[in-house]
Design a protein around this ligand. Sequence first.
Ligand SMILES: [Zn+2]
Length: 167
Amino acid sequence: MDNKIEAALVKDFPELFRDINKPMTETCMCWGCDCGNGWEPILRRAFNQLYDIEPPIVLDQVKEKYGGLRIYYHGGPRAKRRWFGWIFWLPGLLFGIKHNWRRLPRSLFHCFRVANVNTYKHSIDVVQGIVDAAEAESFRVCESCGACGAPNHRGWISTLCGKCRAK
Ligand SMILES: [Zn+2]
């Protein structure tokens, strides 16, 4: 991504880009947004939504991979264990044993969801939803110019429009 375009993103979303000046041993953000200019509107839209999340999100890596956008991050809402959460494990275990051993892992996982609670303003899933939507959209947008595009099916995969692919 061009320095000018990236600098504007960094300026508008300083919290998200908090790690951009850290060394490469600590973060991949030292490479900046490692994708074409065409995806800037997708990133800006996603960053606008991520910027509102409490506690704050910090980007770890933004790059192109296999023709799609990848956004890695840390921070954001995390589940907290209820102090009485352990009580929920017993019914899960008993149900699993009584009905079907093969269902035990799923049964325990369900009880894990009940035993943990999100104590933050935003849902845990909302962050991954924003990221997933941006990544999915990138497969329909030319990475180079931002027009409608599609991934190729042979060789090095990239998502481009007809004009940019012909170049
Ligand atoms: Zn294009």
